[in-house]
Design a protein around this ligand. Structure first.
Ligand code: ZN
Length: 410
């Protein structure tokens, strides 16, 4: 009799284990798939030997919940700042009402509103979260949960926080990850899903394999004039111009045959005595390729130079305010807050090799303004962003800045 009881108890324990395993096997599969896609060999951000540093919280079924969906309409487009100092456009799509640990949460999910995306991409919704583990045991810039439009059925959607994962920026440089808005902060600990990545951060090399030549339409536009002839500058006030100005540009092959012809025409445009500028980006003359001209006010000769596939790979925490205008925006000049110094990476137009340079002061402002153009960002967007910003701390104005006259000796 006693033996039978023991056997029965063991059977019960086993049954419980099996039950728990069935619940979390979905998570085990999810993580296996995630680890596979994170591998560099599969186009992911982590070298195979560092996959072991991806960590997870234990599975907890209490964080697998059903949310009530409240659809939103007529939402304005918002710019979410990204990890590289630029931003991406989103709209709030719906509010998720979730009851978790006795708390009623209301969290927005977003749709990407960038102009060009495939049908599959437009099905994805963006659901970022931050919680009390953020910056402590989970990634400092928040985590994402995958969600697609068709997951929502009859006004409900399943949200399994056990599937919260880190954006690629947690493992590697060179990605543009949107920063979750304050509205997506959960004032609870969500100790499930992915934890902090503890391995070495990967340095994603900018490969030139993604660079393309000009399209047929672009070639035609470039060849509408001689190399010394200026080009029409697109205006935000013209609807079809505005679409080009809002489109993200692509890397250009540094040995594209028409590149020289184009850069000469861009130079003639930016130095046009009727509308002189200190910088010009290719989308402003109708070419969605990553090419900019900048006047080097930081160099003694103050000459203009052009930059191919420029990327800002570092920005100083120190900011400065300065007056900006834009050749594509008529009659508008405003004070914009920019990073005081930046590190610029670009392709040397003679050698085709990647080079880096630190740039400061107003010249750094010109670079930031022109590189923004390549992402479809205009300076009024920055102004709007800064209006909403409350994390800027003015420096004590008793600090005296000064510079030494003449050359600085080592
Ligand atoms: Zn501009």
């Amino acid at each position: 009799m006693r033996n039978a009881l023991i056997i029965f108890t063991i059977f019960l324990l086993n049954a419980q284990n099996i039950l728990a395993q069935t619940d979390s096997s979905e998570i085990t599969d999810f993580r296996k798939k995630q680890l596979n896609s994170l591998q560099k060999s599969a186009g992911g951000p982590i070298a195979a030997e560092n996959i072991q540093y991806v960590n997870y919280f234990p599975y907890d079924s209490a964080f697998d919940v059903i949310a009530n969906v409240e659809y939103l309409t007529d939402e304005p487009t918002i710019r979410m700042p990204t990890s590289d100092g630029t931003s991406k456009e989103f709209k709030r799509f719906a509010l998720l009402h979730i009851s978790l640990h006795g708390e009623d949460l209301t969290l927005p999910v977003y749709e990407n509103v960038s102009l060009f995306q495939t049908k599959a991409q437009s099905n994805y919704l963006f659901f970022p979260i931050m919680d009390l583990t953020t910056g402590e045991s989970s990634y400092e810039s928040g985590r994402y949960i995958d969600l697609e439009r068709h997951d929502i059925q009859n006004g409900k959607v399943r949200i399994d926080f056990n599937k919260a994962y880190n954006p690629y920026c947690a493992y590697s440089t060179g990605y543009r990850c949107p920063q979750p808005p304050k509205e997506n902060f959960i004032n609870l600990r969500i100790p499930v899903g992915e934890k902090n990545y503890t391995g070495p951060k990967n340095n994603r090399e900018e490969t030139q394999t993604m660079a393309t030549d000009f399209t047929a339409k672009e070639k035609k536009l470039i060849l509408t004039g001689q190399p010394n002839e200026k080009m029409y500058v697109l205006q935000t006030t013209v609807k079809k111009d505005s679409i080009v100005l809002r489109t993200q540009s692509e890397d250009i092959k540094f040995d594209s045959p028409l590149l020289e012809h184009l850069t000469k025409r861009m130079y003639a445009t930016v130095t046009d005595p009727e509308h002189p500028g200190v910088g010009l980006a290719a989308p402003q003359i109708g070419i969605n390729k990553n090419i900019i001209w900048v006047q080097r006010l930081d160099q003694t000769e103050k000459k203009f130079d052009y930059y191919i596939n420029p990327k800002i790979v570092w920005r100083s925490a120190l900011m400065r305010k300065g007056m900006e205008g834009c050749l594509s925006i008529p009659d508008m000049r405003e004070e914009v807050l920019r990073n005081y110094a930046i590190k610029l990476q670009h392709i040397d137009h003679q050698t085709g090799k990647q080079v880096e340079e630190i740039i400061e002061g107003f010249t750094a402002v010109i670079f930031q303004h022109e590189v923004d153009h390549l992402y479809g960002i205009l300076f009024p967007d920055r102004l709007e962003e800064q209006k909403a910003e409350d994390t800027i701390v003015p420096l004590n104005d008793n600090i005296e800045f000064s510079i030494k006259k003449g050359p600085i000796l080592p």
